[in-house]
Design a protein. Structure first.
Length: 132
């Protein structure tokens, strides 16, 4: 079956939502002692994560490179997307995240200590898209 952008967008959006629920749920138990593993996300996050479908053509071109190079490029793309979408949503007072309390933040929109998470998320999306 031939894949298309809409299908990839939906898969990436849903997967991103699930990863965010796991991430924020783990944060709730480890940092807030919340045994219910309460998670937090926003409907805005679905299309933001869905944009990982745009990795598809890049995955094909990067396929010959090692995973460190591929993961780093994906991580930088995720940071660029997070910063751009966060800036736009902030203008409408609709940005669902605020990292300004983190030591490693830039303008409250990105956190540099999340680099490993975005590195592996990029490689996960590459596999999800079935391009490597």
């Amino acid at each position: 079956m031939k894949k298309n952008f809409v299908t990839d967008f939906m898969r990436c959006g849903a997967s991103g939502w699930c990863m965010e629920c796991m991430w924020t749920g783990m944060d709730s138990i480890f940092f807030h002692k919340d045994r219910q593993l309460s998670c937090r996300t926003s409907v805005w996050m679905f299309p933001i994560y869905g944009m990982a479908a745009c990795f598809s053509p890049m995955c094909k071109k990067l396929g010959k490179h090692n995973s460190f190079i591929r993961g780093t490029i994906y991580m930088l793309c995720i940071y660029a997307t997070e910063y751009t979408t966060g800036s736009l949503l902030k203008k409408w007072d609709a940005c669902p995240w605020d990292y300004s309390k983190s030591k490693w933040n830039y303008r409250g929109l990105i956190r540099f200590d999340y680099a490993p998470a975005w590195f592996f998320a990029g490689l996960f999306y590459e596999k999800l898209l079935g391009r490597v």
